[in-house]
Design a protein around this ligand. Structure first.
Ligand SMILES: CCCCCCCCCCCC(=O)SCCNC(=O)CCNC(=O)[C@H](O)C(C)(C)COP(=O)(O)OP(=O)(O)OC[C@H]1O[C@@H](n2cnc3c(N)ncnc32)[C@H](O)[C@@H]1OP(=O)(O)O
Length: 213
């Protein structure tokens, strides 16, 4: 695989399994679906960052209950779900972890940018450690399954927190494939705020056998 000539997350190559998985969701996604996910993400950050008066709380709660009822009327099984399957979008259409925008990639390394919002804050404007682990799982998982490698799952993820990870600033995440031994893939990741090392991780991913999910 040749290095990407310019930043363009939507041109990251997808292995056949993932291309089919993602394209099927894209084909089924109604107009405006990605706007809904973006709104949900902004809502999470706004809720986390606000200290509203009671009238505002009551109004927002009623609006949210309305939205929840509207969506719950269209519940589908996991196979039909759209959420999290839009692999050509930064964040792949989910709000669990912040959008990871890939800037460059090869078969063995990806570099991306991520900004954590208030939703992912643990305390004192520092990102929750579990959210940092979540980001590494996303980044390492993405690289594990790049370049036509069969789908894999994380079996081990170790994170070292080296300094506080700030909220609201673009951070750089870099993941590398260190090696493969049969079904086992060893990967490592680093998260930086400019030059400052915030966290690093190493993970073991196992390629799934036919029939495994
Ligand atoms: C574009 C893409 C977008 C992709 C979308 C974007 C990225 C999202 C990424 C998220 C990824 C996840 O979070 S995945 C969700 C979290 N992970 C999981 O839920 C996985 C749960 N575990 C499992 O389901 C299972 O362990 C499997 C199916 C992965 C593997 O089971 P298995 O096939 O029976 O494998 P098994 O024989 O036990 O192990 C095979 C070999 O690995 C070794 N092994 C197994 N576990 C470990 C371990 N923790 N540490 C060391 N070694 C281990 C065994 O000793 C063995 O070595 P030897 O005897 O061969 O030497």
């Amino acid at each position: 695989m040749t290095p990407s000539p310019e930043p363009a997350h939507d041109r990251v190559p997808l292995a056949p399994f993932w291309r089919q998985w993602s394209d099927r969701a894209v084909a089924r996604a109604p107009a405006g679906w990605t706007g809904l996910i973006d709104e949900l993400r902004d809502l999470q950050d706004a809720a986390a960052a606000s200290a509203p008066p009671a009238e505002t709380v009551a109004r927002a709660t009623a609006l949210l209950a309305d939205a929840r009822r509207l969506l719950a009327a269209h519940t589908v099984a996991d196979d039909e779900q759209l959420y999290g399957k839009l692999l050509r979008l930064p964040g792949r259409g989910q709000t669990l972890s912040p959008p990871l925008r890939l800037l460059s990639w090869t078969a063995t390394e990806i570099v991306g940018e991520v900004t954590f919002g208030r939703f992912h804050s643990g305390s004192n404007d520092a990102v929750h450690g579990g959210a940092v682990a979540l980001l590494f799982d996303e980044a390492l998982g993405r690289l594990s399954d790049l370049d036509d490698r069969p789908p894999s799952r994380t079996v081990s993820l170790r994170v070292e927190f080296r300094s506080l990870t700030p909220v609201g600033r673009p951070l750089t995440v870099r993941a590398r494939l260190l090696g493969q031994d049969g079904r086992k893939r060893r990967l490592a990741g680093v998260l930086r705020d400019g030059e400052r090392l915030c966290a690093e991780a190493d993970g073991l991913f196992l390629a799934l056998r036919p029939g495994q999910r």
